[in-house]
Design a protein around this ligand. Sequence first.
Ligand SMILES: Nc1ncnc2c1ncn2[C@@H]1O[C@H](COP(=O)(O)OP(=O)(O)OP(=O)(O)O)[C@@H](O)[C@H]1O
Ligand SMILES: [Mg+2]
Length: 423
Amino acid sequence: MADKAVLGLDIGTSRIKFVEARGGRSGPVVTNVGMGMTPRDTIANGVIVDPDTLGAAVRQLLAEYGVRTRSVVSSVASQSSLVVRPIEVPRMTRSELTETMQWEVDRHIPFAASEVVMSFEPLIPPEELPEEAQNMEVLLAVAQEDMVDAHVQTLFNAGLDPAALDVEPLSASRSLIDIVGEQGAYDRTYALLNIGANTTDLSIFRPGGLLSFTRPIPIAGDTVTNAVAEALGYEFHEAERAKIEEGRVYSEGAPALAASAGGEPQPPPEVAPAPPPDEQGEGEERVFDLGAETGPQQPPAEKPPPTTLPAVHAPTAGSSERQVYDAMLPTLVELVTEVRRSLEYYTNRFPDSSVDRILLYGGTTRLGSFPEFLANEVGMEVEVGDPFQYVAVDEASVPAEMFRDNACFMPIVVGLAIRDMID
Ligand SMILES: Nc1ncnc2c1ncn2[C@@H]1O[C@H](COP(=O)(O)OP(=O)(O)OP(=O)(O)O)[C@@H](O)[C@H]1O
Ligand SMILES: [Mg+2]
């Protein structure tokens, strides 16, 4: 008999994503995947402010995809109302820990402790710690109660039956990191980088998939869109269209993008902003064809001359692509600088555990050539995370574009749906 189906649901600032999975004999099987737009102004700074409108939108999205499953695991993001943090405490038993955590909370949260929901888990169970260990690490998650209530209310409004509320990086790690170790992931340190609309979330996982560092960065896709809107005098939606259809970034030097799980040489660290984009015909950059839907808008006169080289390199001076590029660049440089600084901080703090590679996900992953840009600017291998790598997909019922082109949106929802189907 087929196991009960579960929905993983991620209600983001810009898009609602879901995955439906069933527990199969040889592991979970993904049976449905979908995405729709989040109604504007229903989420502010990561917090749901309009559960009625949002609940109705979730309900409608699920109906469009023919979803009948009601049991849902959803997630909340590490933003203003949620803190997810590994902390170190003296070694103690689980019951001592429960008591200690009540006190620890105050020291770690930036908001009033009176109305919070808290959860914690030792990274390594006390009974499995090495004998000589004096301290232990505990993963602490504290959320404002109002935020959690609004989230649960939204799920009810959508007609769903909430089974659990998880935190985003842990959910994503379940689908992106093969902690079973069959493919060598067990010994690696990964930086998961989720670049969404409102927030970028950097989470570092030590060997064995242990979350050991988190840092939300308040620069993401919407920041880029706002920069385009401001520079070009566009409304938000026009700037969003320009960014998606024409936006691509460019930086000099060999990209360190990892095509697959195989190791590739790293370029020297490079932090300079992108070079003047007039130099054509000598880079090795590859460009994603994001203009596929409508094609990039370029005045005919500005089209680059026909060339036998792949059409990669900086946008032509004066083209609208170039204007979008110029508008986006300072924000993107700021973003990758923050990422690089956090990685450097981590390396200084934990010299024994340097980050092996970045696993990139979130919608902004699709910004033209962004993964290459990031790899180049941070000087580290970057891989676009594939959440369908370790789970089976029922390809007869899931639209191919959902688990191929849109895979970068799905690591969290896959991890949520399979949460109770894996160990
Ligand atoms: N093809 C594309 N090119 C560039 N950016 C894109 C593309 N497609 C989507 N985006 C951007 O991805 C972002 C949405 O990604 P995602 O769904 O991961 O964010 P979210 O979960 O809604 O936001 P958050 O997690 O910050 O609340 C938007 O900023 C959108 O502009
Ligand atoms: Mg998101």
